[in-house]
Design a binder for this molecule. Sequence first.
Ligand code: RIB
Ligand code: CA
Length: 312
Amino acid sequence: MPRLIIDTDPGIDDAFALALAARSPECDLVAVTTVHGNVGLDLTTRNALKVLKLVDREDVPVGRGAARPLVYPTAVEKTAVHGGDGLSGQAALLADRERGVEPEGAVALMARLIRESDEPVTLVPIGPLTNVAALLAAHPEAADGIDRLVVMGGGLTGGNVNAAAEFNVWADPEAAYRVLVEEDIPTTLVPIDLTYQCAVDADWLARLAAAGPLGAALEPMTGVYRAAYAKILGYDGTVIHDAVAVAEAIFPGTLKTKRVPLTVDTAFSPRRGGTLADLRLNAEPTPGFRLVNVAMETDVPAFTDLMLRRLS
Ligand code: RIB
Ligand code: CA
């Protein structure tokens, strides 16, 4: 059974991803750690606690992590695709969890739980990679206790923040380079090229809303996000990027991957925060690239059906 630590910046698709993990008996949700990203750290941390309360998971420890990127401040104010509170204005309607954050921060919590785990942990970053980079810098021995990283991030044919960069990598390119390129932990990268293929439409969202109390609470969270995605997709729908990565972490092999050399662009140029995969046939990694398993396709109806079943 995969033992998951999810590092997250809730965030609406993060909320769906956390709910999927919390409601999947096929995995052990060991901990949740929070990071700056969709909204500030105070809100991502409050939202993580509220979502875990929503799915009745008082047992899952939450560690509060980095409030800002490793080196440079976030480039420009992000458009509030997730709403000012990170959950389309629904956060105030969600009960607070009695159990607050753990006294130790995200990095110490991850390091301790990885050290204490009697089997390797799957680390699932679904936000900026600041916490994971900090963990591996401060506790390099933690790498031996991580069987693989399943990372939501990157874009092979372009970004979503701009022409080049996907948000999680854009938010902290140095951290992304550190983790995706300089580490050698087996890594599955789930880029937006695939997550966009897994978009859900208005009918799916209506079925979710009617599927029980959890779905009825999650569906309204998509409000602001759905409006933004309707413009991008050209139809009334949305993309729950992070849940695609978590589905792979819970059910290894859900996503069909291709092992390619990959790098992250950290130069101050229009391509900063871009992820470049060397897709030449049988390309060997050149300096500054690392072999990463990039998720390219999946059985989309099977994924959306899984989500509906688990969030009901
Ligand atoms: O680009 C998609 C990623 O950015 C997702 O993790 C979403 O939550 C946002 O953080
Ligand atoms: Ca996220």
